[in-house]
Design a protein around this ligand. Structure first.
Ligand code: FDA
Length: 394
């Protein structure tokens, strides 16, 4: 049987980084993955350019049943530490928007960087590895793989969440947590597009591809100011992905379709200049024409000229456009979700090392843990920070 100091399951963002760091500390590390390539989500991320961190990373950008848990790791290995590493590997990058850092060329550079760091730490990587069972005894952890068994004093679970099963996602990490008596919070797809009920979808489908700047609000008052995109299935774009993490089935979302311009003031100015202009054509100066047409078909924009629009109608129109209420039918689910909410209960883990308090030698890092970031590089930063914290301890 092959023996190691540390076995890490999952060669994604967290697993690769943890393996590299632990290896460079002189630990003999085996990194296992069920796929044929390491870092598959990294390769797909950020439209192939990997939004690898966010300059404004702070604990408030993370959802968890235990919001304080992420603070220690994020403070000890920060976005600036990861940016330093990217600089050392001479990977060119840029800020796209809102502190989001993307590679200029390709996400593959981040995987190559992590692989180079693993090589520096003499990490042994075994791909296409199925873990059939995990057992714990005095010597540590023994894993039955397809065709071999391996043993280590420390076991790190970095197998990620459930989003995008096509990229190798499995519930493995949650099952191991349960096997060792840890609580797992129910999971659900997050950073995910909304689907709509058929009648609304049929009306809005013709807007597929149209994007507008919005502020979007969940029923709990959480608000994001980003773009919303109409799609042939429903609603997407950064604003919608963000708010999906705060939305519960059955709830409405409220969208301000004109966050930068007061509808009331706009109409007053327009009416003074062009009283005989139709309201529809007037609003088309502010919003995509097709959107205005659809809202008129839905009876939300009166079919009148500006001088015919009475003050009650104007007030209702302003309310409709500034507080457009939509009740999503659901989300597109794990198939297209960027992340998974919920996961291993953090109250059972050390925030300093990520070790399970009641199960010495067992660690959980990255997305499998009940810590989920906003869209914009926050989830990779959690992967790096939690991996680093763990790597100092294993
Ligand atoms: P990750 O999912 O990266 O890795 C888990 C690994 O474990 C995988 O390699 C998997 O094959 C392996 N595994 C699973 N089950 C196993 C088993 N039973 N046995 C062995 N191995 C197993 N975030 C961000 O900050 N910026 C971005 O630009 C993006 N973009 C983005 C795009 C897309 C399309 C998706 C799906 C996600 C993103 N994300 C993102 C989110 C980000 O990718 C995610 O949060 C991190 O990859 C999580 O890192 P982990 O290492 O925890 O899991």
């Amino acid at each position: 049987m092959d023996k190691f100091d540390v076995i890490i399951i999952g060669a994604g963002a967290a697993g690769l980084f943890c393996a590299a760091q632990a290896g460079q500390r002189g630990r003999r590390v085996l990194l296992l993955d069920n796929g044929k390539k390491p870092g598959r989500k990294i390769l797909m991320s950020g439209g192939g350019r990997c939004n690898f961190t966010n300059m404004y990373t702070e604990p408030a950008a993370y959802l968890s049943h235990n919001p304080h848990f992420c603070k220690s790791a994020l403070a000890r290995y920060t976005q600036w530490d990861f940016i330093d590493l990217v600089n050392r590997h001479q990977i060119a990058y840029h800020e796209k928007t809102l502190g989001q850092l993307f590679c200029d060329d390709s996400a593959a550079q981040i995987v190559e960087m992590l692989m180079a760091e693993c090589e520096k730490g003499q990490v042994q990587i075994r791909l296409r590895s199925e873990v059939l069972s995990v057992a714990r005894d005095d010597a540590g952890y023994t894993l039955q793989l397809n065709g071999a068994s391996v043993q280590a004093e420390k076991l790190v679970i970095a197998s990620g969440g459930l989003s995008m099963p096509g990229l190798g996602a499995t519930p493995f990490g949650y099952k191991i947590a349960e096997q060792f008596g840890l609580k797992v919070f129910p999971t659900r797809a997050a950073l995910v597009p909304f689907t709509l009920h058929k009648p609304l979808l049929e009306r809005l489908q013709t807007l597929s591809g149209v994007a507008i700047d919005t502020t979007i609000e969940a029923q709990d008052g959480t608000l994001f100011k980003e773009a919303m995109l109409f799609t042939h299935r429903g609603l997407s774009g950064p604003a919608v992905l963000q708010i999906s993490s705060y939305w519960q089935p059955g709830e409405q979302i409220t969208v301000n379709l004109s966050p930068a311009t007061s509808i009331d003031e706009f109409i007053d100015v327009q009416r003074a200049a062009h009283p005989n202009l139709s309201l529809k054509n007037s609003l088309a100066k502010l919003l995509p024409k097709r959107l205005v047409e659809v809202l008129q078909e839905m009876g939300q924009v009166p079919d009148v000229t500006l001088k015919q629009l009475n003050s009650k109608q104007q007030a209702e129109l302003a309310q409709t456009l500034h507080q457009w209420r939509v009740q999503p039918n659901g989300t597109e689910g794990y198939r297209t979700a960027e992340v998974t909410l919920g996961g291993v209960d953090t109250t059972q883990l050390s925030s300093k090392t990520m070790e399970a308090r009641q199960v010495p030698g067992l660690y959980f890092i990255g997305e499998v843990v009940d810590v989920t970031g906003w869209l914009g590089g926050y989830n990779f930063q959690w992967a790096w920070s939690s991996a680093w914290a763990c790597a100092q301890a294993v």
